[in-house]
Design a protein around this ligand. Structure first.
Ligand SMILES: [Zn+2]
Length: 452
């Protein structure tokens, strides 16, 4: 009995820490009063002017007009003056691959094979630590890592950040992708004698419901926070029974399922299985987007602007003959992405931002590249406020942490960014992020360079 009580206590502690997860640095930090020029209320879509935020123990305790803070309250808080800046909640990326930083000039399939074979899992975690710091400094205070993490490196990185060993965003980790037989190996012509060893580093391939259930349990065993399923790697598409089993096994213990699906068949299997988010959904029909809306399934559209396709996709597109001209290919991809977004917005499906970035950009940090991918939503026709919601409140809902993150309100984590300019007019002002705070701890402060 005692063992059972201890075991259930341990489970409770793990669940609390997996959502809350604060480092010692947060609990040690002094009460802080942030004076603010204007805050974007992401729920109402309005700016609130001349505000202040009182933060204690990494949590927002009070937020409101500055003059209501002038008497009483916490004794001698540290004051941070951001009265010339625009404040937003910390940004959230729902589709990250922090443990990969591929050379965008090499064919993507070959580069992935090289990453797996040349990088020990331990080295990938250290790479992930570098990407995590860059993402955090860029304004992303929470990211959902959806695979390509070298078995369970994202779980280790999550814990290291939570323990305060390395700086980085809060991580929601999926460990290995569950995939159709062979993993996402169609574009990776692996030598059969070594293929399985390589694939095992990256995927949990399944071909029936029992294997699907087992794969979920393997990921839960390494303490993944959610399950990532690749429904289709055309022409291999997980069958409905296997998908339903995977979703049921995860949902049975309160774990969410993110599904990569690009084909109409794969998207339909994901919808029918009742996943929580569909990533990409490139060939979705209006009816499928409506079905996603009706079932409350989020779309994470992973849109890429043309100038980043130049480097990333022209060399990796595996369809020689069908799209021979790189410039025409880019035009076609941009047009397809725009049409997809239009269809999704008309259907009213809820959307969350996901970068799907896994490149080492020569001229950008990971955080800068991720921000560019968020800014690009405006160029595809999404109004700035909608894009910012997709990377804050909506993203927090996808991650099942809306009570803790996604907006600045009493009781939520003090995750915020400050920038120059007006992102409601132009999302490109996100490039002017000058200040980042996570859990009440200042990560970056270009406004006050001498700040500790
Ligand atoms: Zn991805």
């Amino acid at each position: 009995m005692k063992i059972r009580i201890l075991a259930s206590l341990a489970v409770c502690l793990v669940m609390v820490s997996s959502t809350a997860g604060e480092s010692d640095a947060t609990t040690r930090v002094k009460p802080t009063l942030v004076r603010v020029g204007r805050i974007l209320d992401v729920k109402s879509g309005q700016y609130l002017f001349n505000q202040a935020i009182l933060i204690e123990g990494g949590i927002v305790r009070k937020i409101g007009p500055i003059d209501t803070f002038q008497s009483g309250g916490s004794e001698n808080p540290v004051v941070i003056d951001l009265s010339n800046a625009t404040i937003l909640p910390g940004l959230i990326d729902c589709h990250a691959h922090l443990l990969d930083a591929m050379d965008p000039t090499i064919n993507g399939a070959d580069e992935l094979t090289l990453t797996i074979t040349k990088f020990a899992p331990t080295k990938r975690v250290l790479l992930g630590a570098a990407m995590a710091r860059e993402d955090l400094e860029g304004g992303f205070t929470t990211v959902r890592v959806l695979g390509h993490s070298g078995i369970d490196g994202d779980v280790s990185l999550r814990d290291a950040i939570r323990n305060g060993w390395v700086p980085g965003p809060r991580i929601v980790a999926s460990a290995r992708k569950i995939t159709p037989y062979g993993g996402q190996a169609q574009v990776i012509p692996l030598q059969s004698g070594v293929a399985q060893t390589i694939l095992d580093q990256e995927y949990l391939p399944v071909s029936n419901p029992d294997e699907g259930r087992r794969a979920v349990l393997e990921n839960l065993l390494v303490r993944a926070d959610l399950i990532k399923v690749v429904v289709d790697e055309w022409p291999r598409v997980l069958d409905e029974d296997t998908m339903k089993t995977i979703v049921a096994e995860a949902h049975r213990v309160g774990v969410r399922v993110a599904a990569h699906a690009t084909s109409r068949l794969g998207i339909q299997v994901a919808i029918d299985a009742g996943v929580d988010s569909i990533e990409h959904a490139d060939e979705a029909t209006a009816q499928q987007f409506q079905a996603m809306r009706d079932k409350g399934i989020y779309l994470v559209p992973t849109l890429w602007p043309r100038d980043m396709l130049v480097v990333a996709r022209s060399t990796t597109n595996p369809l020689p003959g069908t799209r021979p001209d790189p410039e025409a290919t880019k035009d076609q991809i941009v047009a397809e992405q725009r049409a997809k977004l239009d269809l999704a917005r008309k259907a009213g499906v809820k959307m969350a931002f996901g970068s799907d970035d896994w490149y080492a950009w020569p001229d950008k940090t990971r955080g800068q590249a991720t921000r560019r991918l968020l800014e690009a939503l405006q160029t595809f026709g999404m109004p700035p406020m909608e894009a910012l919601r997709s990377a804050t409140v909506n993203a927090a809902e996808v991650l099942n942490v809306r009570h803790l993150l996604g907006s600045l309100e009493p009781g939520k984590y003090a995750d915020l960014i400050a920038l120059e300019g007006d992102p409601l007019t132009s999302l490109s002002d996100l490039e002017k992020v000058r200040f980042v705070m996570k859990g009440g701890v200042v990560v970056r402060d270009d406004f006050h360079p001498s700040h500790p």
